[in-house]
Design a protein around this ligand. Structure first.
Ligand SMILES: Cc1cc2nc3c(=O)[nH]c(=O)nc-3n(C[C@H](O)[C@H](O)[C@H](O)COP(=O)(O)OP(=O)(O)OC[C@H]3O[C@@H](n4cnc5c(N)ncnc54)[C@H](O)[C@@H]3O)c2cc1C
Length: 455
């Protein structure tokens, strides 16, 4: 197989030495690793298709990889398989300012897409916390969300079309630049969020929006998580849709302050990062209303960014949460449960009680406006007894989330890390339906086998 790959690619497009394979053996998920037999770096769709055709002939599994920032183990290699890494397919192919679209290769970094849009006075809204590193292909495969998700939605809402290489190596274009299109099944939607199990995305056609004229960033702190949650509910009830409504608990506030030194009040129990964007006058009005709502919910402090530099600094409080927490203990397990917004405060309290019950350190932060929480276990994978308690606690949190009408993952995907919990959420005929889609598109189970579910 490797000899045949060498016939297709230049030597610098293939890695086979153990020392070179190790960095491609894990992603952003704690405690998961595996070694592939080879890592390949195609530079064109034709090369991807040729590699997949070869793998199809040799019955060799392929794991597609972007930047490997995934938090559910989706790009962990499978034994005796190859990793197909798309980072060299990173060109922006077109910005169509008449139709407000952008076409890019799948390995393009998310930030580069928004930067290219900004140069034309446009915006690509989905902004995962990892956007400086993640690829657009990875974002599409995981249907990633971001800090602006409350107002603008997630990756799926911006994908108008894509080029995919199917498990047998055939190439298909799904979607187009039309705002309306109901011809046939919406195939592109099947591939969005399919975590590399149905096809390899090689190009993406994205919808852009006019860049908002103004933005206002506010940090509010609270003595009580209930007050922060009530502020979120009251903002939504006041018919304000801020672009960002992010939450940090006290553990996270303290870690971020220790890490980023931006003057956060470490005595606060909860912090909300609130951002409004749009026409300048509307932004001003919304920002004032949000401050008044926070005040009426007993905000301890309110800080409004005076300029864009300060706004970036305040947003850093949220964007650096994961890195800041990762300094505390050797192993950081970042979870991703999402509940209906009305259940947020109760869920945060439940997570705190689970931490206490099992004697664990669980920090909590997340996209509060979306009901998406990131309970983060600060633990040590070398301590087997502690990891057992972590697993029990995690299971209780998932059970609670499902019972509350929520989901075990709001944005990170199922991958390897959560596939054991998927049947609990898909408790009826929907689970075999998922499996039957995989069987019909990838009957040989060559693309990312063993991820999402076992067949
Ligand atoms: C610090 C940090 C912050 C994060 N913040 C967020 C956040 O705010 N929101 C969020 O949603 N996620 C977040 N993530 C998770 C992660 O960044 C996203 O899931 C991201 O989309 C993964 O992109 P990637 O290029 O690294 O993909 P990878 O990790 O390489 O792959 C992810 C999955 O996509 C598949 N895949 C990758 N490329 C393709 C392709 N071209 N075709 C088909 N399948 C493909 C892989 O097989 C795998 O299953 C964060 C991660 C970190 C480390």
């Amino acid at each position: 197989m490797i000899a045949q790959l060498r016939a297709l690619l230049r030597p610098d497009q293939i890695l086979t030495e153990t020392v070179d394979l190790i960095p491609y053996g894990f992603d952003g998920t704690a405690m998961l690793k595996e070694k592939a037999n080879a890592v390949v770096f195609p530079e064109t769709t034709e090369e991807v298709a040729a590699i997949v055709k070869l793998a199809y002939k040799e019955k060799t599994p392929i794991v597609t990889r972007g930047s490997g920032t995934g938090l559910s183990g989706g790009s962990i290699p499978v034994k005796n398989g190859i990793v197909l890494c798309l980072v060299k397919m990173n060109r922006i192919l077109e910005i169509d300012t008449k139709n407000l679209t952008l076409t890019a290769e799948a390995g393009t970094i998310t930030q580069a897409i928004d930067d290219a849009a900004a140069a034309e006075g446009l915006i690509y809204p989905p902004d995962p916390g990892s956007m400086k590193i993640s690829t657009i292909g990875g974002n599409v495969a995981n249907n990633s969300g971001g800090l602006r998700g409350l107002k603008y939605g997630v990756t799926r809402n911006y994908v108008m079309g894509m080029e995919v290489v199917l498990p047998n190596g055939d190439i298909a274009w799904l979607g187009n630049k039309c705002v309306k299109d109901v011809a046939g099944y919406s195939l592109k939607d099947l591939f969005i969020g399919s975590e590399g199990t149905l096809g390899i995305v090689t190009k993406v056609l994205l919808r852009l929006l006019p860049r908002p004229e103004a933005r206002k960033t506010i940090l509010a702190t609270f003595n009580d998580i209930e007050d922060a949650a009530q502020t979120v509910s009251d903002i939504i009830a006041a018919k304000i849709i801020p672009c960002t409504l992010e939450f940090l608990d006290q553990t996270t506030i303290r870690c971020v302050e220790d890490f980023a030194k931006i003057g956060l009040p470490t005595e606060a129990k909860a912090l909300l990062l609130m951002e409004s964007d749009g026409p300048a006058s509307a932004v001003e009005e919304e920002a004032q209303k949000m401050q008044a709502i926070a005040q009426s919910n007993r905000a301890l402090s309110l800080r409004v960014a005076a300029n864009s530099e300060e706004a970036v600094q305040l947003a850093t409080a949220r964007r650096s949460a994961f890195s800041a927490l990762a300094r505390i203990r050797p192993t950081t397990i970042l979870e991703d449960v999402t509940v209906p917004r009305s259940k947020l405060a109760a869920t945060v309290r439940f997570i705190e009680s689970v931490a206490q019950k099992h004697g664990l350190k669980i920090a909590n932060f997340g996209h509060m406006g979306d009901g998406n929480l990131h309970p983060t276990f600060l633990t040590n994978e070398r301590d087997g007894e502690e990891i057992e308690r972590v697993e029990k606690a995690m299971h209780e949190i998932f059970e609670y989330t499902i019972a509350a009408g929520g989901t075990i993952t709001g944005e990170h995907g199922v991958g390897l890390a959560k596939k054991g919990h998927l049947p609990d959420q898909f408790a009826d005929a929907s689970y075999p339906l998922l499996q039957s889609i995989k069987r019909s598109l990838d009957p040989e189970q060559l693309l990312n086998p063993g991820k999402l579910f076992d067949l």
